[in-house]
Design a protein around this ligand. Sequence first.
Ligand code: ZN
Length: 239
Amino acid sequence: MNQIEQLQEMIDESHNIVFFGGAGVSTESNIPDFRSADGLYQQQYKYSPEQIVSHSFFMRNTEAFYEFYKEKMMFLDAKPNPAHYKLAELEAAGKLTAVITQNIDGLHQAAGSKNVLELHGSIHRNYCMRCDKKYDAAYVKNSDGIPKCECGGTIRPDVVLYEEGLDSVIIQKSISAIANADMLIIGGTSLVVYPAAGFIDYFRGKNLVVINKDTTAREVGASLTIHEPIGEVLSKICC
Ligand code: ZN
C-alpha cells in the first residue's frame, strides 16, 4: 500500500479529524513564508522579519512595519489551493471538525471552511487602536503609508505580533479540538513555532499524520509521514 492509500484508509476510518497547518499550506497559493528572507531583502529592510513583525517595532516604527507588512504579508489576490478545498470538503462531509492554522491569509475560509481557528489572527480583520472601528484588508493595503481611521487613530491588524500572546480562547478551542480528535493531520509546518508545537501533545487519537515538503524539525511520532507538497497530497484524497 502506498502512502496515499494509507492516508485514504486513515481518513476513511476517522470521524473527527483535526487539521493543523502552517506556512507550507499557503506557499502553494504563492504566498511566501515571510520568515524566509533572502539577501536582497535583508539589504532592503536592515531588520530581520522577526524584528519587523514585533510589537515593539510596530509601536516605534509603524511606517516601516507597514511597508514590510503590506508587501510581504498581504497577498489579497491569493486563491485557495487544493489543500484548502479538500479540507473544506472533509468538513462539509462531516469528517473534519476543525482547521487550526498559523496562517493569517484567510484562505481556509475562502475555500469554504467554517470552523477555522486562527492562532495568529488574520489580515482581514483590522481595527482602530483609538476607537475600535473595523477595517477590511483592502483598506489597509491601499492606504498610503500608515493606515488611519476616520477618527485620526492608527489602524492595526488583528494579527499576533512577536512579543504578543496568543488569544487564550483560540488556544483553548484548539487544544480541545485536538484532545477530542481521532485523527490529526499536521501540514506545512516544521512545528517549531511555540506554543503551537506543544499542542500536538494533547492528541490521544489513533492516526497522527505529518505532511510536509521539508523534514519536520520536531519528531512527533507520526503513524505516517509524507514529504510531499500538501496540496498535491490532499488533491488525491476522496472524502
Ligand atoms: Zn478610530
